[in-house]
Design a protein around this ligand. Structure first.
Ligand SMILES: Cc1ncc(COP(=O)(O)O)c(C=O)c1O
Length: 386
């Protein structure tokens, strides 16, 4: 199998991830913070170590500012539900995943907020300077994805604050796609929250993720989920210190152990090796695609400002047919359809059939890309039904 759906979830994982999950499940690591026994302490150490690695990755020096959740989706919901109050306005973009669009739309339908969306150009990039046209007196937050899950386009997030008239507006970043591939740093990018997922570029297991936040936004957020933390157990009120404030219930310990191993793998290599290698294999594919006449790349033509996600349309095949041929004749796994990004497809003109996305990962090999190119050449040359 040639697995090229890493933007959905990464596969393979580093050896250390498999070992960490296995060790945690078999080794009797207990429930962190629940008691002072040996296994509970061991679990707390594992969680701290992952939190610390994530803090290093996201450029925060207080590991307690890393909140561990089950996904970026749960993280975004937690932050938005806690932050937004009746009458607030939010700015986002048409390039967002449903994990941003649906919470915003639900809050709008519930009569809590209004929101406006930045448009994108044909290559999936957002013109950040247009943010001023959408900004209102009551704009409370801007929420944007760092990179598109569809086209791989990296957005100029570092420019958002300078373009806003009101510098106090909260900026929330969906780093689901970018984390693990390019630097994502809370203070350097001047954002208030980075929401991340563990199972894509960070190479952890599914069911892991979280968010990193600064003090300014922490002061205005209240817990959404409340419950056991193992701390202040006599109090009926959720502790308000981090990370307990946002972490009710037993953690996904095997997942968090695996995520820690994935993040350490990234930290040991970043930034150079991964990005240079991925640029090389991306160039190989982009150059082959530029010679194909019936397969069209939607998005940026080069490797600048992009992740290795490639969105394709075909003259002779629907995306589903092309995906079927790639899988059944060439064992190449891709993702077809709408990629949970309905407004991006609409903006890019692919809302009728969706598109086919190829996404490389840290372990995609040159040989695999060459085999992919052979398969794509076949689709380029052979009309459906011939
Ligand atoms: C940009 C973006 N945001 C959010 C998500 C949701 O990730 P998860 O399902 O892990 O919460 C994805 C995953 O597809 C994504 O690509």
């Amino acid at each position: 199998m040639i697995y090229l759906d890493n933007a959905s979830t990464s596969f393979l994982k580093p050896q250390g991830v498999y070992e960490a999950v296995d060790r945690t499940l078999r080794g009797g690591a207990g429930n962190p913070g629940r008691g002072a026994n040996r296994v509970s302490m061991e679990a707390a150490k594992i969680i701290y170590s992952t939190r610390k690695s994530l803090a290093d990755l996201f450029g925060v020096n207080q590991p307690e500012h890393v909140i561990l959740k089950s996904s970026v989706t749960e993280s975004i919901n937690t932050v938005l539900l806690s932050l937004l109050k009746p009458g607030d306005h939010v700015i986002s973009s048409v390039m967002e995943h449903n994990s941003v669009l649906r919470p915003l739309e639900k809050l709008r339908l519930d009569g809590v907020i209004t929101y406006d969306l930045l448009p994108c150009s044909h290559d999936g990039s957002i013109d950040i300077s247009r943010i001023r046209d959408l900004e209102k007196e009551n704009t409370k937050a801007v929420i944007l994805s760092h990179a598109s899950n569809l086209t791989g386009t990296i957005q100029p997030i570092g420019e958002v604050r300078s373009k806003l008239r009101n510098k106090g507006i909260f900026i929330i970043l969906d780093a689901a796609q970018s984390a693990g591939y390019i630097p994502v740093r809370l203070y350097e990018m001047d954002v208030d929250v980075i929401a991340f997922t563990g199972h894509k570029g960070l190479l952890g297991p599914q069911g892991t993720g979280g968010f990193v936040l600064n003090d300014r936004i922490n002061e205005v957020l209240n817990p959404i989920f409340t419950g056991g933390t193992g701390s202040d157990s006599l109090s009926l009120v959720q502790p308000l210190y981090l990370p307990d404030k946002f972490e009710a219930g037993t953690h996904n310990l095997p997942g968090i152990a695996g995520l820690g191993a994935g993040v350490r793998f990234i930290l040991e290599r970043q930034p150079d090796m991964i990005s240079k290698y991925i640029i090389n294999i991306s160039e190989l594919l982009l150059s082959a695609l530029s010679d194909m006449t019936s397969i069209h790349l939607i998005g940026l033509p080069g490797t600048q400002n992009r992740l290795p996600n490639f969105c394709l349309s075909f003259d002779y095949y629907t995306p589903s047919e092309a995906g079927f041929v790639l899988e059944n004749q060439f064992s190449v796994i891709t993702r077809t359809g709408y990629h949970c990004a309905p407004l991006a497809h609409k903006a890019l003109g692919t809302e009728k059939t969706g598109a086919l996305r190829i996404s490389f990962g840290h372990f995609t090999t040159m040989d695999e890309v060459e085999e992919l190119i052979v398969a794509l050449k076949y689709l380029d040359e052979v009309k459906n039904g011939d």
